[in-house]
Design a protein around this ligand. Structure first.
Ligand SMILES: Cc1ncc(COP(=O)(O)O)c(C=O)c1O
Length: 397
Protein backbone atom coordinates (compact mmCIF):
# COMPACT_ATOMS: atom_id res chain seq x y z
CA UNK A 1 0.00 0.00 0.00
CA UNK A 2 1.29 3.45 -0.90
CA UNK A 3 2.30 5.62 2.03
CA UNK A 4 -0.67 7.85 2.85
CA UNK A 5 -0.15 11.51 3.49
CA UNK A 6 -1.29 13.12 6.72
CA UNK A 7 -4.51 15.13 6.51
CA UNK A 8 -2.33 18.21 7.03
CA UNK A 9 -1.03 17.75 3.49
CA UNK A 10 -4.35 18.94 2.10
CA UNK A 11 -4.04 22.25 3.94
CA UNK A 12 -1.34 23.80 1.81
CA UNK A 13 -0.73 24.43 -1.86
CA UNK A 14 2.69 25.20 -3.33
CA UNK A 15 3.49 28.93 -3.22
CA UNK A 16 1.97 30.38 -6.40
CA UNK A 17 4.82 32.83 -6.96
CA UNK A 18 7.38 30.06 -6.77
CA UNK A 19 5.16 27.85 -8.97
CA UNK A 20 4.90 30.60 -11.58
CA UNK A 21 8.66 31.08 -11.39
CA UNK A 22 9.07 27.34 -11.99
CA UNK A 23 6.78 27.49 -15.09
CA UNK A 24 8.89 30.34 -16.43
CA UNK A 25 12.07 28.33 -15.79
CA UNK A 26 10.64 25.40 -17.79
CA UNK A 27 10.14 27.65 -20.81
CA UNK A 28 13.64 29.06 -20.36
CA UNK A 29 15.03 25.52 -20.31
CA UNK A 30 13.45 25.04 -23.75
CA UNK A 31 15.47 28.00 -25.01
CA UNK A 32 12.59 30.49 -24.90
CA UNK A 33 13.41 33.95 -23.57
CA UNK A 34 11.02 34.52 -20.70
CA UNK A 35 10.50 38.04 -19.38
CA UNK A 36 10.18 37.07 -15.77
CA UNK A 37 8.30 39.41 -13.43
CA UNK A 38 6.97 36.68 -11.15
CA UNK A 39 9.53 36.46 -8.39
CA UNK A 40 9.77 39.02 -5.62
CA UNK A 41 13.50 39.20 -5.27
CA UNK A 42 15.94 42.00 -5.94
CA UNK A 43 18.13 41.31 -8.98
CA UNK A 44 21.13 43.05 -7.38
CA UNK A 45 24.13 41.26 -5.99
CA UNK A 46 24.42 41.22 -2.24
CA UNK A 47 26.60 44.27 -1.38
CA UNK A 48 30.34 43.55 -1.24
CA UNK A 49 30.82 44.43 2.44
CA UNK A 50 28.20 41.80 3.34
CA UNK A 51 29.83 39.18 1.13
CA UNK A 52 33.18 39.96 2.79
CA UNK A 53 31.65 39.51 6.23
CA UNK A 54 30.51 36.02 5.20
CA UNK A 55 33.97 35.14 3.90
CA UNK A 56 35.49 36.45 7.12
CA UNK A 57 33.06 34.37 9.17
CA UNK A 58 34.08 31.22 7.31
CA UNK A 59 37.77 32.00 7.68
CA UNK A 60 37.32 32.63 11.41
CA UNK A 61 35.67 29.23 11.79
CA UNK A 62 32.21 30.62 12.53
CA UNK A 63 30.83 27.58 10.79
CA UNK A 64 29.39 25.66 13.72
CA UNK A 65 26.02 25.45 15.44
CA UNK A 66 24.95 28.71 17.00
CA UNK A 67 22.28 29.18 19.68
CA UNK A 68 18.93 28.21 18.09
CA UNK A 69 17.50 31.74 18.32
CA UNK A 70 20.59 33.24 16.71
CA UNK A 71 24.01 34.62 17.69
CA UNK A 72 23.81 37.09 20.52
CA UNK A 73 25.62 39.73 18.41
CA UNK A 74 22.86 39.71 15.80
CA UNK A 75 20.00 39.52 18.30
CA UNK A 76 21.47 42.50 20.15
CA UNK A 77 22.01 44.42 16.90
CA UNK A 78 18.37 43.87 15.90
CA UNK A 79 17.22 44.94 19.39
CA UNK A 80 19.41 48.04 19.08
CA UNK A 81 17.98 48.79 15.63
CA UNK A 82 14.42 48.79 16.96
CA UNK A 83 15.33 50.72 20.07
CA UNK A 84 17.30 53.38 18.23
CA UNK A 85 15.68 53.69 14.81
CA UNK A 86 12.09 52.78 15.53
CA UNK A 87 11.88 54.03 19.11
CA UNK A 88 10.66 50.65 20.35
CA UNK A 89 12.56 49.71 23.52
CA UNK A 90 13.62 46.17 22.66
CA UNK A 91 15.66 43.62 24.57
CA UNK A 92 17.72 40.96 22.75
CA UNK A 93 15.58 38.32 24.53
CA UNK A 94 12.64 39.51 22.41
CA UNK A 95 14.49 38.84 19.14
CA UNK A 96 14.54 35.50 17.33
CA UNK A 97 16.58 35.03 14.16
CA UNK A 98 15.11 32.51 11.71
CA UNK A 99 15.65 31.08 8.24
CA UNK A 100 14.08 34.03 6.45
CA UNK A 101 11.05 36.11 7.37
CA UNK A 102 8.76 33.35 6.07
CA UNK A 103 10.14 31.03 8.73
CA UNK A 104 9.75 33.77 11.34
CA UNK A 105 6.07 34.10 10.39
CA UNK A 106 5.55 30.34 10.54
CA UNK A 107 7.12 30.07 13.98
CA UNK A 108 5.27 33.13 15.27
CA UNK A 109 1.96 31.61 14.13
CA UNK A 110 2.91 28.29 15.71
CA UNK A 111 3.56 30.15 18.95
CA UNK A 112 0.18 31.84 19.20
CA UNK A 113 -2.41 30.03 17.03
CA UNK A 114 -3.95 26.61 16.99
CA UNK A 115 -7.11 24.67 16.23
CA UNK A 116 -10.25 26.64 16.97
CA UNK A 117 -8.53 30.00 16.55
CA UNK A 118 -9.19 32.57 13.84
CA UNK A 119 -6.66 34.87 12.21
CA UNK A 120 -7.80 37.95 10.34
CA UNK A 121 -5.98 38.56 7.07
CA UNK A 122 -6.85 41.54 4.86
CA UNK A 123 -6.83 40.63 1.15
CA UNK A 124 -4.96 41.09 -1.13
CA UNK A 125 -2.41 39.30 1.06
CA UNK A 126 1.01 37.76 0.56
CA UNK A 127 0.57 34.25 -0.84
CA UNK A 128 1.91 32.36 2.16
CA UNK A 129 -0.18 33.94 4.95
CA UNK A 130 -3.33 31.86 4.67
CA UNK A 131 -1.54 28.53 4.20
CA UNK A 132 0.80 29.23 7.11
CA UNK A 133 -2.22 29.97 9.30
CA UNK A 134 -3.94 26.75 8.16
CA UNK A 135 -0.82 24.73 9.02
CA UNK A 136 -1.27 25.69 12.68
CA UNK A 137 -4.84 24.36 12.61
CA UNK A 138 -6.28 27.86 12.89
CA UNK A 139 -8.69 29.33 10.37
CA UNK A 140 -7.79 32.30 8.17
CA UNK A 141 -10.58 34.89 8.04
CA UNK A 142 -10.02 36.79 4.83
CA UNK A 143 -11.33 40.37 4.67
CA UNK A 144 -11.48 41.82 1.18
CA UNK A 145 -10.19 45.38 0.92
CA UNK A 146 -11.29 46.72 -2.45
CA UNK A 147 -9.14 48.88 -4.70
CA UNK A 148 -11.57 51.79 -4.10
CA UNK A 149 -10.56 51.79 -0.42
CA UNK A 150 -6.90 51.84 -1.45
CA UNK A 151 -6.63 48.12 -0.56
CA UNK A 152 -6.65 49.14 3.11
CA UNK A 153 -8.39 47.51 6.04
CA UNK A 154 -10.56 49.88 8.07
CA UNK A 155 -11.00 49.68 11.86
CA UNK A 156 -14.75 49.11 11.32
CA UNK A 157 -14.08 46.15 9.04
CA UNK A 158 -11.65 44.69 11.54
CA UNK A 159 -14.02 45.11 14.50
CA UNK A 160 -16.94 43.58 12.59
CA UNK A 161 -14.85 40.46 11.92
CA UNK A 162 -13.62 39.91 15.48
CA UNK A 163 -15.16 36.95 17.30
CA UNK A 164 -14.38 35.22 20.59
CA UNK A 165 -12.03 33.00 18.57
CA UNK A 166 -9.94 35.73 16.93
CA UNK A 167 -6.32 35.45 18.01
CA UNK A 168 -4.47 37.61 15.59
CA UNK A 169 -4.63 40.29 12.92
CA UNK A 170 -1.96 40.06 10.22
CA UNK A 171 -0.93 43.29 8.57
CA UNK A 172 1.68 44.01 5.94
CA UNK A 173 2.71 47.57 5.13
CA UNK A 174 4.34 48.17 2.65
CA UNK A 175 2.30 45.39 1.14
CA UNK A 176 3.10 42.55 -1.15
CA UNK A 177 1.28 42.37 -3.62
CA UNK A 178 -0.26 45.87 -3.75
CA UNK A 179 2.64 48.08 -2.65
CA UNK A 180 0.17 49.89 -0.40
CA UNK A 181 1.66 51.76 2.54
CA UNK A 182 -0.74 52.67 5.35
CA UNK A 183 -0.22 56.16 6.78
CA UNK A 184 0.72 56.45 10.43
CA UNK A 185 -2.77 57.77 11.22
CA UNK A 186 -4.47 54.88 9.44
CA UNK A 187 -2.40 52.38 11.40
CA UNK A 188 -2.99 54.27 14.64
CA UNK A 189 -6.75 54.02 14.04
CA UNK A 190 -6.37 50.28 13.49
CA UNK A 191 -4.20 50.05 16.61
CA UNK A 192 -6.90 51.77 18.68
CA UNK A 193 -9.49 49.33 17.35
CA UNK A 194 -7.21 46.39 18.19
CA UNK A 195 -6.75 47.70 21.73
CA UNK A 196 -10.50 47.53 22.34
CA UNK A 197 -10.23 43.73 21.80
CA UNK A 198 -7.98 40.90 23.00
CA UNK A 199 -6.57 40.35 19.53
CA UNK A 200 -2.81 40.25 18.92
CA UNK A 201 -1.05 41.59 15.82
CA UNK A 202 1.51 40.13 13.49
CA UNK A 203 2.99 43.05 11.57
CA UNK A 204 5.08 41.97 8.60
CA UNK A 205 7.42 44.89 7.90
CA UNK A 206 9.84 43.17 5.52
CA UNK A 207 9.58 46.02 2.97
CA UNK A 208 9.97 48.77 5.60
CA UNK A 209 12.98 50.39 3.89
CA UNK A 210 11.54 50.33 0.38
CA UNK A 211 9.12 53.25 0.19
CA UNK A 212 8.72 55.93 -2.47
CA UNK A 213 7.72 59.59 -2.52
CA UNK A 214 5.92 60.68 0.64
CA UNK A 215 5.11 57.15 1.79
CA UNK A 216 6.78 56.10 5.05
CA UNK A 217 6.65 52.73 6.73
CA UNK A 218 5.47 52.70 10.34
CA UNK A 219 6.57 50.19 12.94
CA UNK A 220 3.15 49.14 14.21
CA UNK A 221 4.30 48.20 17.73
CA UNK A 222 5.45 51.78 18.37
CA UNK A 223 2.03 53.33 17.81
CA UNK A 224 0.70 52.83 21.33
CA UNK A 225 2.64 51.74 24.45
CA UNK A 226 0.21 48.85 25.08
CA UNK A 227 0.96 47.29 21.69
CA UNK A 228 4.44 46.00 22.53
CA UNK A 229 2.90 43.24 24.67
CA UNK A 230 0.67 41.94 21.89
CA UNK A 231 2.55 42.60 18.66
CA UNK A 232 4.97 40.38 16.79
CA UNK A 233 7.02 42.40 14.32
CA UNK A 234 8.54 40.53 11.39
CA UNK A 235 11.36 41.76 9.18
CA UNK A 236 14.72 40.65 7.82
CA UNK A 237 17.51 41.27 5.36
CA UNK A 238 16.13 39.53 2.24
CA UNK A 239 14.61 42.49 0.42
CA UNK A 240 16.53 45.49 1.77
CA UNK A 241 19.99 44.03 1.22
CA UNK A 242 19.34 41.73 -1.76
CA UNK A 243 19.90 38.69 0.46
CA UNK A 244 16.99 36.42 -0.44
CA UNK A 245 19.18 33.32 -0.70
CA UNK A 246 20.94 33.85 2.63
CA UNK A 247 17.72 33.11 4.54
CA UNK A 248 17.81 35.47 7.50
CA UNK A 249 14.66 36.98 8.97
CA UNK A 250 13.64 37.92 12.49
CA UNK A 251 10.77 38.38 14.84
CA UNK A 252 10.57 40.93 17.64
CA UNK A 253 8.01 39.59 20.07
CA UNK A 254 6.96 39.54 23.71
CA UNK A 255 9.60 37.52 25.61
CA UNK A 256 7.36 34.47 26.20
CA UNK A 257 6.58 34.23 22.47
CA UNK A 258 10.23 34.73 21.51
CA UNK A 259 11.25 32.05 24.02
CA UNK A 260 8.82 29.55 22.48
CA UNK A 261 9.97 30.41 18.97
CA UNK A 262 13.58 29.76 19.97
CA UNK A 263 12.61 26.46 21.62
CA UNK A 264 10.68 25.46 18.51
CA UNK A 265 13.74 26.18 16.37
CA UNK A 266 15.89 24.15 18.73
CA UNK A 267 13.72 21.12 17.91
CA UNK A 268 12.92 21.92 14.32
CA UNK A 269 15.79 23.53 12.39
CA UNK A 270 18.40 24.40 15.03
CA UNK A 271 20.07 27.70 14.17
CA UNK A 272 19.80 29.64 10.92
CA UNK A 273 23.02 29.40 8.86
CA UNK A 274 25.89 30.72 11.00
CA UNK A 275 27.64 32.40 8.06
CA UNK A 276 24.45 34.15 6.96
CA UNK A 277 23.94 35.45 10.48
CA UNK A 278 27.37 37.13 10.49
CA UNK A 279 26.62 38.53 7.04
CA UNK A 280 23.26 39.87 8.29
CA UNK A 281 25.05 41.51 11.21
CA UNK A 282 27.24 43.40 8.74
CA UNK A 283 24.15 44.24 6.66
CA UNK A 284 22.37 46.01 9.50
CA UNK A 285 25.37 47.51 11.29
CA UNK A 286 27.68 48.27 8.34
CA UNK A 287 27.52 51.07 5.76
CA UNK A 288 24.04 51.59 4.32
CA UNK A 289 24.98 53.34 1.04
CA UNK A 290 24.11 50.32 -1.11
CA UNK A 291 20.55 50.36 0.25
CA UNK A 292 20.12 53.93 -1.02
CA UNK A 293 21.54 52.95 -4.41
CA UNK A 294 19.18 49.98 -4.79
CA UNK A 295 16.24 52.04 -3.60
CA UNK A 296 16.98 54.77 -6.16
CA UNK A 297 17.03 52.10 -8.87
CA UNK A 298 13.68 50.68 -7.70
CA UNK A 299 12.29 54.20 -7.72
CA UNK A 300 13.34 54.63 -11.37
CA UNK A 301 11.78 51.32 -12.34
CA UNK A 302 8.57 52.15 -10.51
CA UNK A 303 8.26 55.38 -12.52
CA UNK A 304 8.93 53.52 -15.74
CA UNK A 305 6.41 50.77 -14.93
CA UNK A 306 3.67 53.26 -14.05
CA UNK A 307 4.30 55.14 -17.30
CA UNK A 308 4.16 51.99 -19.39
CA UNK A 309 1.01 50.66 -17.66
CA UNK A 310 -0.75 53.79 -18.95
CA UNK A 311 0.02 52.49 -22.44
CA UNK A 312 -1.53 49.05 -21.84
CA UNK A 313 -5.11 48.93 -23.11
CA UNK A 314 -7.69 48.59 -20.31
CA UNK A 315 -5.14 48.00 -17.57
CA UNK A 316 -4.94 50.25 -14.49
CA UNK A 317 -2.80 50.25 -11.38
CA UNK A 318 -2.89 51.97 -8.02
CA UNK A 319 0.63 53.46 -7.76
CA UNK A 320 2.61 51.45 -5.19
CA UNK A 321 3.93 53.48 -2.24
CA UNK A 322 6.44 50.78 -1.35
CA UNK A 323 7.89 47.31 -2.05
CA UNK A 324 8.57 46.47 -5.71
CA UNK A 325 5.29 45.32 -7.19
CA UNK A 326 2.68 46.75 -9.53
CA UNK A 327 -0.71 45.15 -8.87
CA UNK A 328 -2.39 45.68 -12.21
CA UNK A 329 -6.15 45.58 -12.58
CA UNK A 330 -6.67 43.42 -15.68
CA UNK A 331 -10.32 42.55 -15.07
CA UNK A 332 -11.48 44.55 -18.13
CA UNK A 333 -9.97 41.76 -20.24
CA UNK A 334 -12.07 39.01 -18.67
CA UNK A 335 -14.59 37.68 -21.16
CA UNK A 336 -12.23 38.33 -24.09
CA UNK A 337 -10.39 35.76 -26.17
CA UNK A 338 -6.76 36.66 -26.78
CA UNK A 339 -4.90 34.69 -29.46
CA UNK A 340 -7.47 31.95 -29.22
CA UNK A 341 -7.31 31.75 -25.44
CA UNK A 342 -10.46 32.57 -23.51
CA UNK A 343 -9.66 34.83 -20.54
CA UNK A 344 -12.11 34.23 -17.71
CA UNK A 345 -9.95 35.07 -14.71
CA UNK A 346 -6.51 36.13 -13.54
CA UNK A 347 -5.07 32.62 -13.92
CA UNK A 348 -6.17 32.49 -17.59
CA UNK A 349 -4.73 35.96 -18.07
CA UNK A 350 -1.33 35.12 -16.58
CA UNK A 351 -1.09 31.72 -18.28
CA UNK A 352 -1.91 33.30 -21.65
CA UNK A 353 0.61 36.11 -21.05
CA UNK A 354 3.25 33.49 -20.31
CA UNK A 355 2.60 31.20 -23.25
CA UNK A 356 1.69 33.86 -25.84
CA UNK A 357 3.95 36.75 -24.82
CA UNK A 358 6.59 34.97 -22.69
CA UNK A 359 5.78 37.36 -19.85
CA UNK A 360 5.62 35.83 -16.37
CA UNK A 361 3.25 37.57 -13.93
CA UNK A 362 1.42 36.19 -10.89
CA UNK A 363 -2.36 35.87 -10.87
CA UNK A 364 -4.26 38.02 -8.38
CA UNK A 365 -6.21 34.97 -7.18
CA UNK A 366 -3.01 33.70 -5.51
CA UNK A 367 -3.18 36.81 -3.30
CA UNK A 368 -6.88 36.43 -2.59
CA UNK A 369 -7.87 39.11 -5.13
CA UNK A 370 -9.33 38.01 -8.46
CA UNK A 371 -9.09 40.57 -11.25
CA UNK A 372 -5.41 41.44 -10.91
CA UNK A 373 -1.96 40.41 -12.09
CA UNK A 374 1.15 41.22 -10.07
CA UNK A 375 4.29 42.40 -11.80
CA UNK A 376 7.51 42.49 -9.81
CA UNK A 377 9.78 45.34 -10.85
CA UNK A 378 12.80 43.89 -9.10
CA UNK A 379 14.13 43.41 -12.62
CA UNK A 380 16.36 45.59 -14.80
CA UNK A 381 14.89 48.34 -17.01
CA UNK A 382 15.86 46.57 -20.25
CA UNK A 383 13.81 43.50 -19.29
CA UNK A 384 10.94 45.70 -18.15
CA UNK A 385 10.97 47.47 -21.50
CA UNK A 386 10.87 44.19 -23.43
CA UNK A 387 8.14 42.92 -21.11
CA UNK A 388 5.90 45.92 -21.68
CA UNK A 389 6.49 45.80 -25.44
CA UNK A 390 5.42 42.14 -25.40
CA UNK A 391 2.39 42.82 -23.16
CA UNK A 392 1.27 45.69 -25.39
CA UNK A 393 1.31 43.43 -28.45
CA UNK A 394 -0.40 40.62 -26.54
CA UNK A 395 -3.25 42.83 -25.34
CA UNK A 396 -3.69 44.46 -28.73
CA UNK A 397 -4.06 41.02 -30.36
C1 LIG B 1 5.29 40.19 2.59
C2 LIG B 1 6.41 39.22 2.68
N1 LIG B 1 6.72 38.71 3.88
C3 LIG B 1 7.71 37.82 4.01
C4 LIG B 1 8.46 37.40 2.93
C5 LIG B 1 9.51 36.37 3.13
O1 LIG B 1 10.80 36.86 3.18
P1 LIG B 1 12.03 35.88 3.31
O2 LIG B 1 12.58 35.68 1.95
O3 LIG B 1 12.98 36.59 4.23
O4 LIG B 1 11.55 34.60 3.91
C6 LIG B 1 8.17 37.91 1.66
C7 LIG B 1 8.91 37.43 0.47
O5 LIG B 1 8.46 37.50 -0.65
C8 LIG B 1 7.13 38.85 1.53
O6 LIG B 1 6.82 39.38 0.35
Amino acid sequence: MALALATRSSLIAPSATLAMGAEAKKLKARGIEVLDFALGEPDFDTPANIQQAAIRAMQLGQTHYTPPAGISELRSAVAELYTRQHGLATDAAQVVISNGAKHSIHNALMAVCGPGDEVIIPAPYWVSYSDLVKLTGAEPVILATPEESGFKLTPEQFLAAVTRRTRLLMINSPSNPTGVVYSRDELAALADAVLTTDVGVLSDEIYEQLTYGDARATCFATLRPELADRTITISGVSKTYAMTGWRIGWAVAPVSVAKFMGDLQSQETSNPCSISQWAALEAITGPQDSVAVMKAEFQKRRQYVLERIKGLPDVTCLPPGGAFYAFMNVSAHFGRTIRGRPIKNSTDFCMAALSEASVALVMGSAFGAEGYARMSFATDLKTLEKGFDALEKFLAA
